[in-house]
Design a protein around this ligand. Sequence first.
Ligand code: MN
Length: 202
Amino acid sequence: MTASKKLSTYRKKRVFTETPEPRGRVKKTKTKKPMYVIQLHDASHLHYDFRLEIDGVLVSWAMPKGPSTDPSIKRLAIQTEDHPMEYGDFEGIIPQGNYGGGTVMVWDTGTFENIKTHKGEPVSLTDSYRKGTLEFVLQGKKLKGAYALIKPHGSSFSSPKNWLLFKLDDKYANKKIVNKTKSTLTGRTLKQIAADADNVWE
Ligand code: MN
């Protein structure tokens, strides 16, 4: 699927004359490390949006609970529509009545490195995503080190959109997450972002 087609669901859900969220262009060249971002989204339910750059778009999962640095804790990550790369630094207010209406904070951001191997051979990001067996090292401000994001097999798991995110054991395991309530981009809390009327699209 082309990256432009991947964004069609994202665009269909939004009215870009009403929301300040980016319409999104498709990124053509990529020479840099792929981007990682988690946004804290105070919509009808407070949740985290976990996003990884894969093949020109931000592949996205909504997490009812945030990530854990404890390798024994697996967190549900429900796959949502692919988002454009420019979404990675979107912080502000989606006006009520629009899709996802509420406040968005850039909770953590950085890059990541694919570390997935199979029988000792590296597996491409595209392939490990398709197989639902992502393994990567996060280089964020809040989260660091190796994580797995997997799509469990078997009928007991309720929806094919349900994935699990968990920490892999390394020196960053069980580290306390600092500045949990503040934007990594602007240092603001959700309350402060919500109070900043400049971010509302008039
Ligand atoms: Mn969201």
